[in-house]
Design a protein around this ligand. Structure first.
Ligand code: PMP
Length: 445
């Protein structure tokens, strides 16, 4: 009997006892190809020797010092590294212990910024449906995953909600891509007008939507339009790159591919690659300057911010990515994975869409390709695919559930940057076998 409150209280999960490279091992000795890096975390795979060595060195020197007394060399070095490679104008970093904490800190920093510059009447956030920004109360409030929010909705702050940029389902028949983008931006503008543009703090969105949609990037021009719209009203733009950032899409930050800089950007997962819990907020200088001139501090903080072991692990992960030129490798292997996914699934009667960037891919499963009808939620296709994939020795990240009344199932793939072509072949083969096994067991007509 387990005393841990597990994610599912229905059953105790398998016990993981080891990991090496792209594989994880359970107690029975079974190996799993980790094609989702957990939840897009393990970018360097498991037990990377250079990361382990850096962590051992840091542990021998200093594991932890509270940030109200000290900074550490390793925290400063990590911040220098991140700022050197940050989008234009992002000059300052605030370290936390994960994605939700990063989002909370970004929301609070955005609010404090306006208090400091004399616009305390700005109190609203605007965000999208079918988005995920974390499970703490502020992050859950801006997130648009109705399934996760449902029980807590009465205690969450009110957030302005607009459409996701989800071309596969939401671009109308005959609507051009620019017209679709214009429609999305017009809806955001209307929402700003409704709330009062001078009452809005920030717009929050994932550049490539992970958990709730499965690697969906916005159509070309959306982010540039969004940046311009926010600038028109002095509204801040917060890019949540907790899942899609840190090289996952082939550039260090996903927004680089959109040609814009947000005011605040959250990162986590691939920052520490799972070797330690760590997240961060990257900020434009004006944010920090306003707080310096005003309160003289960021009115926030947690016990473990800037943790030395976490910073050492993250710095080592980022140095390996740079030294081994893994970003171009993500692009090359990503193009290979894309080709293999299309070869395996283009003619599959229940694969409606294959989308992604770099080594971040989503495969959307549908009952019917032409109508895009989804499977009956009661069938719980995503959960069955996850279990069957594990039986086939594959870890992938299938998700589904009723989101704003629309049920959909998709599988998210986020393999380690070090995956070989042969390993990616295995990912596609095992995923195809798992999906086919599940569908063969069910009358899909
Ligand atoms: N934002 C995004 C975009 C995420 O994908 C996630 C995690 N899936 C979070 C925030 C929350 O991160 P964490 O689980 O580390 O709190």
């Amino acid at each position: 009997m387990s005393h841990v409150i597990h994610r599912s209280l229905a059953q105790v999960p398998l016990v993981a006892v080891g990991g090496k490279g792209v594989e994880l091992f359970d107690q029975a000795g079974k190996a799993y190809l980790d094609a989702s890096g957990g939840a897009a975390v393990s970018c360097l795979g498991h037990a990377h020797p250079d990361v382990l060595a850096a962590m051992h060195r840091q542990l021998d020197q200093l594991a932890y010092a509270h940030t109200s007394f000290f900074t550490t060399e390793v925290q400063e070095a990590l911040a220098d590294h991140l700022v050197t490679h940050a989008p234009a104008g992002m000059t300052d970093v605030y370290f936390v212990s994960g994605g939700s904490e990063a989002v909370e800190a970004a929301l609070k920093m955005a609010r404090q910024y306006f208090v400091e510059i004399g616009q305390p009447e700005r109190t609203h956030f605007v965000a999208r449906r079918q988005s995920y920004h974390g499970n703490t109360l502020g992050a859950l409030a801006v997130g648009g995953n109705e399934w996760r929010r449902k029980q807590f909705a009465p205690i969450l702050m009110d957030v302005g909600r607009v459409a996701p940029a989800y071309e596969y389902r939401d671009r109308l028949d005959g609507e051009s891509q620019p017209a679709y983008v214009a429609r999305l931006l017009a809806e955001i503008d209307t929402k700003f007008q409704e709330l009062g543009p001078d009452k809005v703090i920030a717009f929050v969105a994932e550049p490539v939507v992970g958990a709730t949609l499965g690697a969906v990037a916005a159509p070309a021009g959306y982010w540039q339009g969004l940046r311009a719209l926010c600038d028109r009203y002095g509204i801040l733009l917060i890019a949540d790159e907790v899942m899609c950032g840190m090289g996952r899409t082939g550039s260090l930050h996903a927004v680089e591919q959109e040609g814009i800089s947000p005011d605040l950007m959250t990162i986590a997962k691939g920052l520490g690659g799972g070797y330690q819990p760590i997240g961060a907020v990257l900020a434009q200088r004006k944010m920090v300057e306003a707080m310096r001139r005003g309160s003289g501090m960021f009115q926030h903080g947690h016990t473990y911010i800037g943790h030395a072991m976490a910073a050492a692990a993250a710095l080592a992960v980022q140095q390996v990515i740079q030294r081994d030129q893994l970003l171009p490798q993500v692009l090359a292997r990503g193009a290979y994975l894309q080709k293999q996914l299309h070869a395996r699934f283009d003619a599959h009667p229940h694969v409606g869409d294959i989308r992604g960037r770099g080594l971040f891919w989503g495969v959307e499963l549908v009952q019917d390709r032409s109508s895009k009808a989804t499977f009956d939620p009661a069938f719980k296709l995503h959960a069955k695919v996850k279990a069957q994939a594990m039986a086939h020795g594959l870890l992938c990240y299938p998700m589904g559930g009723t989101i704003d009344g629309l049920h959909g199932d998709h599988v998210l793939l986020a393999p380690p940057f070090i995956s070989s072509e042969a390993e990616l072949d295995q990912v596609v083969e095992r995923l195809g076998d798992a999906i086919d096994t599940v569908l063969a067991q069910q009358p899909v007509a």
